[in-house]
Design a protein around this ligand. Structure first.
Ligand SMILES: NC(=O)c1ccc[n+]([C@@H]2O[C@H](COP(=O)([O-])OP(=O)(O)OC[C@H]3O[C@@H](n4cnc5c(N)ncnc54)[C@H](OP(=O)(O)O)[C@@H]3O)[C@@H](O)[C@H]2O)c1
Length: 336
C-alpha cells in the first residue's frame, strides 16, 4: 500500500515500478463493493448494466467473476480522443490504464478519475518510438494486472510534415508509432486478453488509407513519405482483420475504425486544419466498439460498418504484413 505522495510521483521512465499503480492497491482480482462494481457493458458481458450506468452493482456479469473490475488500456490517452475515451470508460467503473509520454497530462487525468469516485486509473509512460519501451510497458502491465478486458490501440501521430524520420529502432517513424508498436504491444498482451475474454481490441485507424508497398514499407523512395500516415492506418486495419480471424472462437472481438473526420484535437490543430468534428463524436464511435454487441473483424466509419481499402481484404497482404511485423519486432515465426 502506498501513500498519497507515491500516487503522484510518476517518473518519466518507460518502466514504471509497481508503486506507480495509482489506485488504492494493485488491481489483482479486486472484489468491488456496491459503489465500485463493474459497470462496463461489453454487450454480452452484462445484463441490465450499461456503459453509462453509474454506481449500481452489476448482478448479471456473465462469463466473468462477479465483482471484478474491468481493466482497460487506452494508448495515447494523455490527450485528444484517447483522453475522452479513458474518461468515459472510468465513468463506467472500470480501471483505466492511461498511457502516453506526457506525465503531467497523464497524471492530471488519473487524478481527475480518482477524485470522481467512480472507476480508477493509473498512468504509464512509454514512447512508442522505441520497441524497448513497448516491451517494458507490456511487461509492467502483465506484472501488475491479472486481467485485461479491453485494449484500445489509439496513440498516434499525424503525417510526416517534417519529412522522413526514423524511430529509435531505425524504422520509419509514423509506421512504428501508429502501427508496429501497437502490433508488438498487442502480441505481448494477447495471452492476458484471451484469458480475460469476453474481451475487446479496438484499433483506432482512419479513413486516410494508403496501400502498403511491400517493396518500400519504410518509405525510402522519393516522394513516398507522403503516404506515411495512410500506410500506417491501413496497416492497423489489416492487423485488426488478421487478429479477428486468428482469435475467432476465443471471445475476443477485434475491430478497427475511423472515429470521425478532423476532430478538434492536437493532431488536427498541428496540421493546421480547421476541426470539423468534436472529440465526442469520435469517442461515441470508439465506445460503440467497446460496449455494444458487434461482430469481430469489421471496419467502421464512425458508427457505421464500412468498407476499408481493398488491401485490407487481401489475405496475401495480411500474411506479408504479419510476417514482416514479427520480423521487425523480433518475435520470430508464430507457433503452430
Ligand atoms: N483527430 C482526428 O480527426 C482523427 C481522425 C481519424 C483518426 N484519428 C486517430 O485517432 C487517434 C488519436 O488521435 P488524436 O486526434 O486524439 O490525437 P492527439 O490529440 O494528438 O493524441 C495523440 C495521443 O497519442 C500519444 N502519442 C503520440 N505519439 C506517441 C508516442 N511516440 N508514444 C506514445 N504515445 C504517443 C499522445 O501522447 P503524448 O502527447 O503524451 O505523447 C496522445 O495521447 C490517432 O490514432 C489518430 O490517427 C484521429
Amino acid at each position: 500500500m502506498h501513500g498519497q505522495s507515491d500516487r503522484c510521483s510518476v517518473p518519466l521512465t518507460f518502466h514504471p515500478p509497481r508503486f506507480m499503480i495509482t489506485s488504492r492497491a494493485r488491481r489483482r482480482s479486486i472484489a468491488l463493493t456496491a459503489t465500485g462494481a463493474c459497470l462496463l457493458a461489453l454487450g454480452f458481458h452484462t445484463g441490465a448494466g450499461s456503459a453509462s450506468g453509474q454506481g449500481a452493482p452489476n448482478d448479471a456479469h456473465d462469463g466473468d467473476a462477479l465483482g471484478q473490475q474491468d481493466v482497460i488500456l487506452v494508448t495515447g490517452s494523455t490527450s485528444g480522443l484517447g483522453n475522452e475515451v479513458a474518461r468515459r470508460l472510468a465513468a463506467t467503473g472500470a480501471h483505466v490504464i492511461v498511457h502516453g509520454r506526457n506525465q503531467e497530462r497523464g497524471m492530471a487525468l488519473v487524478r481527475e478519475i480518482e477524485e470522481s469516485g467512480v472507476g480508477s486509473a493509473s498512468f504509464y509512460a512509454a514512447d512508442l518510438a522505441s520497441l524497448a519501451e513497448v516491451r517494458s510497458l507490456a511487461r509492467t502491465v502483465l506484472e501488475n494486472y491479472d486481467r485485461l478486458d479491453v485494449l484500445v490501440n489509439n496513440a498516434g501521430i499525424g503525417s510526416a510534415r517534417d519529412g522522413r524520420q526514423e524511430s529509435r529502432d531505425g524504422h520509419e517513424l509514423v509506421f512504428q508509432v501508429n502501427y508496429l508498436s501497437h502490433f508488438l504491444l498487442t502480441e505481448l498482451l494477447l495471452p492476458r486478453i484471451v484469458e480475460s475474454a469476453p474481451a475487446r481490441i479496438v484499433n483506432v485507424a482512419s479513413a486516410a488509407q494508403s496501400p502498403i508497398d511491400f517493396d518500400d514499407v519504410m518509405l525510402e523512395e522519393e516522394g513516398a513519405i507522403g503516404r506515411a500516415y495512410g500506410q500506417s492506418k491501413l496497416a492497423q486495419i489489416l492487423h485488426a482483420f488478421d487478429l479477428a480471424e486468428a482469435l475467432a472462437g476465443t471471445g475476443v472481438v477485434v475491430n478497427a475504425l475511423h472515429p470521425a473526420t478532423f476532430m478538434d484535437t492536437g493532431m488536427v490543430r498541428q496540421a493546421g486544419v480547421e476541426p470539423r468534428a468534436t472529440v465526442d463524436e469520435g469517442a461515441d464511435a470508439v465506445m460503440q466498439l467497446i460496449v455494444e454487441p458487434v461482430e469481430s473483424g469489421q471496419y467502421f466509419n464512425g458508427l457505421e460498418p464500412a468498407r476499408a481499402n481493398t488491401q485490407a481484404y487481401d489475405e496475401d497482404a495480411r500474411e506479408k504484413l504479419r510476417s514482416l511485423s514479427r520480423k521487425l519486432v523480433g518475435l520470430g515465426p508464430p507457433e503452430g
